[in-house]
Ligand binder design. Structure first.
Ligand SMILES: *[C@@H]1O[C@H](CO)[C@@H](O)[C@H](O)[C@H]1NC(C)=O
Length: 251
């Protein structure tokens, strides 16, 4: 009895660690997805900051994103998200991602605007889970997120919380502190780290350390390294040393 319970716990925690790794790619550069993910360990999802996969995602689950609040983005969202859910290659999405860095300069909107738009554009479907707007690393981002949830007043469906972190490769402790803070602040919602990266280069040792930490953190549901592109996980059109590490590190 006890040993079968222990076995079940071990199996569950094993499952919790599996398949969290994602691929960030530039829209239309789908062949990069194949290079960054084929033969790799535990990579199972991909996104391109848009609502359409732009081609094959080579066996990975494509997760559509409502990138910003511009009218051109909003007007095609519902049909694109439904297409991704039902027909994306090779299988339907189970999740959708919210606004990308609404707390930054490029896609800036207020938490109140986001809460209103969320109820119009994200709440409406029930056949996928909703991931919150993805905020920048740092306490301002977490404050934006909590202001967003407050502005929603319980009327936004938000199943997961998304955050970004970029810092120096020697500061894995900083990544851990920030992600731990996000996990505890928004519990019980699990966290997606939809971007993490190093401002001082693609340090393979740091990537491996981050993967072990994020993979082992039960509050983290998924994560993705920024990004599958030349100069990051790729060197030209082949995997870089960092890309090999991202590919092969367990978790
Ligand atoms: C790479 O990252 C590791 C882990 O944080 C660190 O110990 C090492 O100093 C970094 N290397 C460079 C060149 O910054």
């Amino acid at each position: 009895m006890l040993s079968s319970l222990a076995l079940a716990v071990a199996l569950l925690s094993g499952l919790a660690n599996a398949q969290k790794k994602g691929i960030i790619y530039t829209s239309g550069q789908n062949s990069n997805v194949q290079v960054c993910s084929s033969g790799c360990t535990n990579i199972n999802w991909a996104y391109d900051y848009s609502s359409k996969p732009g081609g094959s995602t080579y066996g990975l689950e494509f997760v559509p994103m409502l990138y910003n609040a511009k009218s051109a983005t909003l007007s095609t969202w519902a049909s694109d998200a439904m297409a991704a859910v039902s027909t994306a290659t090779p299988k339907g999405s189970k999740y959708v991602l919210g606004f990308n860095e609404p707390d930054g300069t490029q896609n800036s909107i207020s938490p109140q605007q986001a809460a209103t738009l969320w109820q119009q554009y994200m709440n409406q479907r029930t056949n996928y889970k909703k991931v919150s707007p993805a905020v920048q690393g740092g306490s301002n981002g977490l404050t934006w997120l909590s202001n967003f949830l407050n502005a929603c007043a319980g009327n936004c469906i938000v199943d997961y919380v998304a955050v970004h972190w970029h810092g120096v490769s020697t500061d894995i402790a900083g990544l851990q502190k920030f992600v731990d803070q996000a996990v505890s602040q928004f519990s019980p919602r699990p966290v997606w780290v939809t971007e993490f990266g190093f401002t001082d280069g693609n340090n393979a040792t740091a990537i491996a350390a981050a993967i072990r930490y994020l993979g082992g953190n039960h509050g983290v549901f998924r994560y993705a390294y920024f990004e599958c592109a030349n100069g990051y996980l790729l060197s030209g059109t082949a995997q870089s040393a960092a890309g090999r590490t991202y590919c092969t590190t367990t978790f």
